[in-house]
Design a protein. Sequence first.
Length: 123
Amino acid sequence: MATETKKMYELVAEKIIEQLKQGIAPWQKPWNSAGTDYSMPYNAVTSNPYKGLNALYLHLFSPYQDPRWATFKQAESEGWQVQKGAKGFMINFVKTHDLRTKLDENKRPVIGTDGKPVKIKVE
């Protein structure tokens, strides 16, 4: 396990333990939640929800009420402004396979009906 990933697990565990000692169950919505968005974090460009460790990490450590997240490059491509002084958050990326261009018997890329090279999964 990568050091950064282990550190994320430890930070999340410490935060949950700290909140439990204060009588807060971070996974429960409070009775009076007016004006607070308790949606789980998701990517503002793709609408994909963050899962597992990333969802917990962003939910527990974010100083923002807004559950939308994007990379700097995504924000730039959408024409959005990133707040001056804003800092990035660590995200755990797990890659289970690689995509490579499929080759024919002559070692040339196979082109699909869309005119793009066909990709295959390599684990």
